[in-house]
Write a protein that binds this ligand. Sequence first.
Ligand code: ADP
Ligand code: ZN
Ligand code: ZN
Length: 664
Amino acid sequence: MTAVVRLVLDVPLDKVFDYRLEDASATDRGRLAVVPFGSRTTVGMILDVTDASDVDPAQLKSVTRVLREEPALSPDDWQLLRFASDYYHYPLGQAVMGALPLRLRKPPRATAARAVRPRAARIRAAADPAPFHELTEAQLAAVEAVGAQLGRFAAFLLLGVTGSGKTEVYLRLAADVLDRGNQVLMLVPEIALTPQLESMVQARFPQTRLVSLHSALNETERLTNWRAAQTGDARIVLGTRLAVFTPLPQLGLIVVDEEHDGSFKQTEGFCYSARDLAIARAHQRGVPVVLGSATPSLETYHNATSGRYTLLELPQRINARPPRIECIPLDRRQMTGSFTTRLLDAIESCLVRKDQALVFINRRGYAPVLTCRHCGWLSGCDRCSAQLVLHMPKPRLHCHHCGHERRVPDACPQCGEQDLTPLGQGTQRIEEALRDRFTEARVLRIDRDSTRRKHAWDAMREQIRSRDVDILVGTQMLAKGHDFPHLALVGVLNADSMLYSADFRAAERLYALLTQVAGRAGRGESQGEVLIQTEYPAHPLYAALREQDFRGFADQLLAERRQAGFPPFVHQALLRAEAREVAKALEFLEHARALGREIGGNVQLFDAVPALLVRLAGRERAQLLVQSGSRTDLHAFLKTWRARLGQGKTSRVRWALEVDPLEL
Ligand code: ADP
Ligand code: ZN
Ligand code: ZN
């Protein structure tokens, strides 16, 4: 009898691989092993230990080495990865290996033992934890509701306006969970927010080992933190979407803050939603999960209002009044450049009062496109169906999609006239306009370009807090979670450009974004003021925003979605294909569609269509939408479909299946 181990490997195949291992034991399940694969050596994970294989014993290769110095993945952790692989129809081996820190995915050098010793717990000298606030009634009700479910599965939506003290609720719950000897997993959307949150949480629990997991860590840090969670040494894990897979032997609570945020969804390769996996994981482990947001996704909101989740509300800001939101109609006769007189006056009086103002425009660069006034030429990207954005002060043209960059031509490449001019507004141009207008004011621009250097954003936040800045200009980077106590006014430019879009989720997203931006104003003593410049002040979205009536708005959108047969009332999957020419991608999708029809079942297959951005980095893309009123039926279909698609000849077309796509 030969001992055989069954492994999953990091290869795009839906199968397991058998290897011979003489001294195999049941405890090897979940361990990493180095194995020969083709002409190379790779690392895989042992799924099972058995004594029989379908492979001809003569063909059976041997495991090079089992990494027994590394802890094994527990059955609980396996269960989550298996679920994720099934649900997203993604090969188990790639899902498993993709979830691990990079260091564990590569064959170790033969000699170096590479078990990472967990650092000694960071015990702070004094035990003077930062004090907990006395909870408001609404906070207390929320803490009690979740607290009553510790030790079993329950899902909660904590719907709380910005500044209503959601974080305080998480921290109180964390304290209870830690007291019971359990671990807490907290997921947040932004890497940029983790250091702040990390120090705040650590200050509350100075004796508790807390680790963070996000993509800005180096590989050693990531492995160390992962290990600390796996051994139970770390009691609180704070991280972005990839942290959802962290092994946590004593998991007691999962929190997903800003659950509506798109960054919880991975959009390439293994397209999982960390929020949805957090719920699945809580269910598997029998622990509560709390989803927090001021503007939850309609999927979550629907679950919370239809009884599947428990809805908890924090309707009021803690120490401040809600901001006053007003729409300013765009009137060309009363404008200076992009600014209405009303907004300029408001900024002026803000400066007089020595308060800070923020001008929000969701577009970085100087101008979205360069044009020739003579012949109408536009600066397009050769590799994408998109315009090149003009950046200053050294004039350059950038593609925000593929990263292509080039210098600005001296004359029009089409007609030769020297009549090139920037069209539209970006953060840099708005910054310039504000400097020209308010010559005494200190203006600071905050976007991906100005914060590229490491720690730049930290330094800027400090500048804002210490009032070294009068006017901030920025993109959505400024919208998320930051607390600027001296910020009294928010002006919003160009919101309309996000109002009309082919995507049925555009309104939901814009509402969430504007609510977050608005939430930055008036977190200190004075009431915040939010001025939105728009052509359509009567639009229902702006009306709901003025009333700060998320529930009214969400109920309305849900009624429309029900009517139109959109999610969350149907379940969707998207088959994406890309090739050198879109025709090839479409051809593949047509074939896939025909195959889908053969399979049949309770699903609706739409036409294959070119993607919104057809050309990206020199490849052309198309997509095919599948949907069903029944999630079970959809997944049954996808399983068969995917397996059969995998058998076709698709050498010149790359394709991928995305379950629950957020962008169509
Ligand atoms: P949210 O996460 O809902 O936007 P925060 O948790 O950031 O809100 O709370 C807003 C502010 O109110 C923070 O400065 C926080 O310290 C403070 N805060 C929260 N709860 C209380 C409370 N019960 N009493 C006093 N201050 C509180
Ligand atoms: Zn021209
Ligand atoms: Zn491009």
